[in-house]
Design a protein around this ligand. Structure first.
Ligand SMILES: [Zn+2]
Length: 82
């Protein structure tokens, strides 16, 4: 199925809102806003533009960025939000 451009925008917006709510719930939203949150895999500073999700490894929350390597890394582990 091919999405029209405006539908793509809607999907993206829904994803962003969900992720923001989720980060707030687990207490990471403030860190993200303040530039204190880093990707657990490549150690880059996470922002709203590059944060992709949070995985849970050994009971610890590990936020990660949208780089392909980091997303692939996450796929090997259990992830709780994308
Ligand atoms: Zn990364």
């Amino acid at each position: 199925m091919k999405l029209r451009p405006e539908e793509k925008v809607k999907l993206k917006a829904a994803h962003d809102a969900d992720l923001k709510l989720y980060l707030e719930k687990i207490g990471l939203l403030e860190d993200l806003k303040n530039g204190k949150l880093r990707c657990s895999f490549c150690d880059c500073v996470l922002t709203f533009d590059n944060v992709r999700g949070v995985s849970k490894i050994n009971g610890k929350l590990k936020p990660f960025c949208q780089k392909k390597e980091c997303c692939l890394e996450k796929l090997k582990k259990k992830f709780i939000h994308i």
